[in-house]
Design a protein around this ligand. Structure first.
Ligand SMILES: *Cc1c(COP(=O)(O)O)cnc(C)c1O
Length: 550
């Protein structure tokens, strides 16, 4: 190192400074803060490089396992972060990145997050959060009312009641789903007679006492993988997560649900919970919630709705009806970090009955004392940040009517994109959008014609080639860095359940224009033309199938 170069030392004085005063006016960090606040989108565009660097290369920047012995200047380190980390991150807010459920954020959340972080409140207990606790309870009340629409007196009675809770705020849909099923399990195996309840005596004794051979949770084939984690950690076992058939629109079939429940009961396996999905992760479809709710009422199972992604639709009076029957649920998961445009780490689970969460109540001496309003006595997580503040702020700044505009434009944009895809001769719409999510693939006209008439073997071969092409296009598009769609595998009825790779698009970003959608298709078409060999194979096989049938 050159001698003029200033070296930071590990002095206590400089440590005190980093805890108290900001960086000087010409520091890198100050400059970045100014850039960020002048134009967020421009900042992201300028500092995230579009071209993809191989992950192997990126890993080289992050391969030193030693904790540094000497401190670095903030500016120096900030520059290092800009070069190695920010530059190689994903531009999730880009209007042409339409593959993720978490997208652009409104600007006001940046400075508000700073306040939240500066305050660093811990929502586990009132002593470390004070007004944040009633604020979080109010947010839960708002979401509860959005789903269950109880009278105002209901909320006055329960929202701030120490011994009750309308739900739990948590880091995301996974924890929310686990919490809901935890409550359902404990209620299904609650204390009675000599038995102290599953939470005290464990699953083995609960099974002996209740005389069951096992427990089951039912969900459609399109259920989110977090439910598998829930089944695992709650001791149900992944095999206890029973899948129910879906129809051509990826919605759970109520008849099959009833059938599966009957089968389980005849084997003395207790189906204690059914999960309906309101907005599946892969296709965005909504299960027939009312029909499922009625079966649950009859069978006395806990009805949970996983509306992690689709729940925000309730704020649109235009499209709320798509979630008809949601009020029949005993519990509902909603992720604010998806269609409510909140930064990640904002999930919620709401319970219809304010007493429901007593089934998972935990107390400790130094914290969460009985009768306290501490939120931590009803949450799976311990220490938690004040994220609810951002949901609260967005509800006020955007308002219900504003969210309706956001939801409506995204659903209508998805409809527009679906029609656009269908009007092309070389694209196939695979799943129709119900909310703002759809799937499709690149498939030339004659390939579709050939698939329709091919025999089993030819069909599999041709579909395999189309899958290769989808994979190629999606990967190339991502690497080029101009736009991004995600990819998943479906088994469409149109092709008799063949494993079909598809592009998956989520149109939540309000900055995504129709012309961007046109260019996404054009880019995919152009990329397809560069797969000369694959295209030739597809064309050849399609021609031969068509001519052999003629
Ligand atoms: C995203 C999602 C989840 C999981 O939520 P996380 O916030 O990622 O933990 C669960 N269910 C559905 C339907 C989802 O879309």
């Amino acid at each position: 190192m050159v001698s003029e170069h200033k070296i930071a030392d590990a002095s206590f004085e400089s440590l005190l400074r980093i805890f108290t005063v900001p960086e000087g006016p010409d520091s890198t960090l100050t400059r970045i803060e100014e850039e960020l606040s002048r134009n967020l989108n421009q900042f992201l565009r300028e500092h995230i490089v579009a071209e993809e660097k191989p992950l192997k290369e990126i890993e080289k920047d992050f391969s030193n396992p030693h904790i540094p012995e000497a401190p670095e200047f903030v500016s120096e380190h900030t520059q290092h972060l800009m070069d190695t980390l920010v530059a190689q991150s994903v531009h999730t807010a880009s209007p042409s990145f339409i593959g993720h459920m978490t997208s652009a954020l409104p600007y006001f959340l940046m400075p508000l997050s700073k306040i939240m972080i500066a305050l660093n409140q811990n929502l586990v207990k009132i002593e470390t959060s004070k007004a944040f606790t009633p604020l979080e309870r109010q947010v839960l009340g708002m979401l509860h009312r959005l789903i269950y629409a109880q009278q105002d007196e209901f909320y006055q009675q329960w929202m701030h009641s120490a011994a009750h809770s309308l739900g739990a705020f948590c880091s995301g849909g996974t924890i929310a789903n686990i919490t809901a099923l935890w409550v359902a399990r404990n209620n299904a195996l609650q204390a009675r007679e000599s038995f102290g309840g599953v939470e005290k005596e464990g699953l083995f004794k609960a099974m002996l006492h209740y005389g069951y051979q096992g427990l089951a949770i039912l969900v459609s084939e399109r259920g989110h993988y977090s439910l598998k984690k829930a089944a695992d950690i709650l001791g149900i076992g992944q095999q206890g997560l029973v899948t129910v058939r879906t129809d051509n629109n990826n919605r759970l079939c109520p008849d099959d649900l009833q059938l599966k429940i009957n089968q389980l009961k005849s084997q003395n396996i207790h189906p204690f919970a059914v999960v309906g999905v309101a907005g599946t992760t892969e296709t965005g479809n909504v299960d027939p919630l009312r029909a499922i709710g009625e079966i649950c009422q009859k069978e006395q199972c806990h009805f949970h709705i996983d509306a992690a992604w689709g729940g925000a639709t309730l704020m649109s009076s235009t499209y709320r009806h798509l979630l008809d029957g949601i009020e029949l649920a005993d519990s509902v998961t909603i992720d604010a970090h998806k269609q409510m445009y909140i930064p990640m780490g904002a999930g919620m689970v709401l319970f219809k009955d304010p007493h429901a969460m007593n089934a998972i109540e935990h107390h400790a001496q130094y914290i969460l004392r009985k009768g306290s309003k501490d939120l931590g006595s009803h949450t799976l997580e311990g220490s938690r940040s004040g994220m609810a503040m951002l949901v609260y702020a967005s509800m006020h700044i955007i308002s219900r009517a504003g969210y309706q505009l956001l939801i409506d434009q995204s659903i209508e944009k998805a409809r527009y994109f679906a029609d656009l895809i269908q009007s092309q001769t070389d694209f196939e719409l695979v799943s129709e959008p119900e909310l703002c999510l759809l799937t499709y693939r690149y498939a030339p006209d004659n390939a579709i014609k050939a698939l329709t008439i091919a025999d089993e073997k030819e069909k599999t071969a041709l579909n395999h080639l189309l899958n290769e092409l989808t994979k190629y296009i999606q990967k190339k598009q991502r690497e080029t860095g101009k736009s991004f769609v995600s990819r998943t595998q479906l088994n469409p009825a149109r092709w008799q359940g063949l494993d079909t790779l598809v592009f998956r698009v989520v149109l939540a970003n309000p900055l995504t224009t129709r012309s961007i959608l046109h260019s996404v298709l054009q880019e995919q078409r152009d990329i397809a033309q560069t797969a000369t060999q694959l295209l030739a194979q597809i064309n050849q096989l399609s021609q031969s199938i068509i001519s052999s049938q003629a």
